[in-house]
Design a protein around this ligand. Sequence first.
Ligand code: ZN
Ligand code: ZN
Length: 116
Amino acid sequence: MKGNATPDPQSGGCLCGKTRYTLTTAPEYAIRCYCRDCQHISGGGHAPQVAFKRGGFACSGPLKTYGLKSAAGNDVEVGFCFECGSPIRKTTSLQPGIVYVLAGSLDNSGELVIGN
Ligand SMILES: [Zn+2]
Ligand SMILES: [Zn+2]
């Protein structure tokens, strides 16, 4: 379920524009996740997301976080814009060095190609 994300995205944000982030590293990989958590997060059948090194992700704005236990027992934290509710990013205790950015929030999401 891994693919390549091209070209390298550099920034993104939420629907209302109050929550913004920048990315200073190239994407590690991209996935479409079909788990129930991601269906709820995205409101769709799956959540396309791009993995970055956590240190390369810097977010500003009214981010609201929600913590949950995944079906596999990992601690997952999801960040939404407090103002408009757009899903922004996801982290999991399974991969402490990685942040998953919801692909639809990337500024160049229209150019993004996420493989299956
Ligand atoms: Zn917002
Ligand atoms: Zn998932």
